[in-house]
Design a protein around this ligand. Structure first.
Ligand SMILES: *[C@@H]1O[C@H](CO)[C@@H](O)[C@H](O)[C@H]1NC(C)=O
Ligand SMILES: *[C@@H]1O[C@H](CO)[C@@H](O)[C@H](O)[C@H]1NC(C)=O
Ligand SMILES: *[C@@H]1O[C@H](CO)[C@@H](O)[C@H](O)[C@H]1NC(C)=O
Ligand SMILES: *[C@@H]1O[C@H](CO)[C@@H](O)[C@H](O)[C@H]1NC(C)=O
Ligand SMILES: *[C@@H]1O[C@H](CO)[C@@H](O)[C@H](O)[C@H]1NC(C)=O
Ligand SMILES: *[C@@H]1O[C@H](CO)[C@@H](O)[C@H](O)[C@H]1NC(C)=O
Ligand SMILES: *[C@@H]1O[C@H](CO)[C@@H](O)[C@H](O)[C@H]1NC(C)=O
Length: 366
């Protein structure tokens, strides 16, 4: 495991990834499976045969469908999952329980029955306490002062492909525990808002799909992870438009760390939805910057969302059929929508941001 993480984190530094953006290989749309992998991973690992071996050990293909081998199930069943309740006023004020004990969050003296509840699913390698990440989410919702804020700590700190394979089993465990939690609340938690970033967006989507007792009224998939969830390898348990009453997605690094596929009833594309987002470092030829410049754009989705929560009306998209039509000003009289509010219709929405906080330009960015 450790050596694998080493590969995933460090290949970018060791391999000749100093390639201009325009020369990145296009994504295959053939839908067939081979030893390549979509998006960023193609670039990072195409010259690394060890990675292909890792991939093929973890997964197999049946009729072009990505199938995880069964040992993923054992790992997922025994993994520790924790749930944090941040009750504020500071983000150091929290109660944490294992998933199986999460009903203790009701009895710890910190649960507020009159509040709505939001639940965040961090992405790959992140934890519930990651600074400038999960805690940014926590701060935004605590400042609003009307939510019980939950964050799921799932075993993100391991090699990506094996983790993806565990996700259906992790989602099953989560759904059972959350249903149990909802029933045990005696009605205080009958609905919830889910927000997931990157791989966490897929986990929260699939978890929501499996729920029986708890209802998810609003699900925000923030730059849902691309690798293994976009063409040509498309996991069937990625977040989808029917996973909650309203599913919206916000794209900031489409085609790299983020998925290039629409996933919600409304898909917001910030600054065209692709890297480089304003404020992130421009593409350069320094291998050390190779991954970072995409990660920055990938994480902007979370920052934009947090701002939308902290400052209602700050992140507003405009419906438009395509990026080029939007850029050409052809949708200037189309409907706009605050990203935190259920959209009036389905489709793509576009907006622009500032390069530094406050990122959202309100209606002027739509
Ligand atoms: C693969 O596809 C073929 C042709 O559609 C079908 O007969 C076969 O049952 C499929 N195999 C599996 C395991 O789904
Ligand atoms: C909880 O959410 C519902 C539905 O969005 C809303 O009507 C209600 O005002 C919210 N309650 C609080 C305390 O914010
Ligand atoms: C809290 O969030 C709700 C719903 O997004 C919003 O209407 C309200 O203005 C926010 N309150 C504060 C204090 O930010
Ligand atoms: C519970 O939440 C409500 C609504 O946000 C708030 O007015 C109240 O002060 C909270 N109660 C406690 C004990 O924090
Ligand atoms: C359901 O809740 C009870 C206690 O409230 C707990 O003992 C049990 O482990 C929970 N089941 C699941 C699947 O989380
Ligand atoms: C805008 O996004 C599309 C795909 O969503 C991409 O093909 C195009 O290159 C992007 N344009 C710019 C200027 O980044
Ligand atoms: C937060 O992270 C972003 C990149 O993800 C970085 O640009 C920014 O400087 C960080 N802010 C702080 C306060 O650490």
């Amino acid at each position: 495991m450790a050596s694998l993480c080493y590969i995933l984190l460090c290949v970018a530094f060791a391999s000749p990834c100093a390639v201009a953006q325009s020369s990145w290989p296009p994504l295959s749309t053939s839908g067939t499976c081979d030893n390549s992998i979509s998006g960023l991973l193609v670039q990072m690992f195409s010259s690394d045969s060890a990675f292909s071996t890792v991939v093929m050990n973890a997964i197999s293909f049946v009729n072009s469908t990505f199938i995880c081998k069964t040992d993923c199930e054992d790992a997922a069943q025994t993994a520790t999952i924790k749930v944090y309740l941040f009750y504020g006023p500071k983000n150091t004020d929290y109660q944490v329980e294992t998933l199986e004990n999460m009903n203790k969050l009701f009895t710890g003296g910190h649960w507020n029955k009159t509040r709505n509840t939001t639940c965040f699913f961090p992405g790959w390698l992140k934890t519930a306490l990651s600074a400038n990440y999960s805690l940014r989410f926590v701060d935004a919702y605590l400042a609003n002062d009307t939510y019980n804020v939950l964050v799921v700590e799932w075993p993100t700190q391991q090699e990506y492909v094996g983790l993806v394979c565990q996700m259906p089993y992790l989602a099953t465990r989560l759904a059972k525990a959350l249903d149990n939690f909802s029933l045990a609340s005696g009605g205080d938690v009958s609905t919830m808002i889910f927000v997931g970033h990157s791989l966490g967006a897929h986990l929260c989507g699939y978890t929501a799909r499996l729920l029986a007792a708890l209802k998810i009224t609003f699900l925000a998939a923030l730059d849902p992870a691309g690798p293994l969830f976009s063409v040509p390898w498309r996991c069937q348990f990625g977040v989808g438009a029917n996973d909650a009453e309203v599913v919206v997605s916000l794209h900031t690094d489409a085609g790299r760390f983020g998925s290039a596929t629409d996933v919600g009833i409304a898909d917001y594309y910030a600054n065209n939805g692709t890297a480089i987002q304003p404020g992130c470092t421009a593409f350069d030829t320094n291998p050390a910057q190779c991954a970072n410049q995409f990660l920055c754009s990938h994480v902007q989705a979370l920052f934009y969302w947090c701002e939308a929560i902290s400052r209602p009306g700050s992140v507003i998209g405009r419906f438009c059929p395509s990026s080029s039509a939007y850029t050409a000003g052809m949708c200037s009289d189309y409907v706009t929508n605050d990203i935190t509010v259920p959209p009036s219709t389905v489709g793509h929405l576009y907006f622009t941001t500032n390069a530094e906080a406050p990122f959202g330009k309100g209606i002027n960015g739509a």
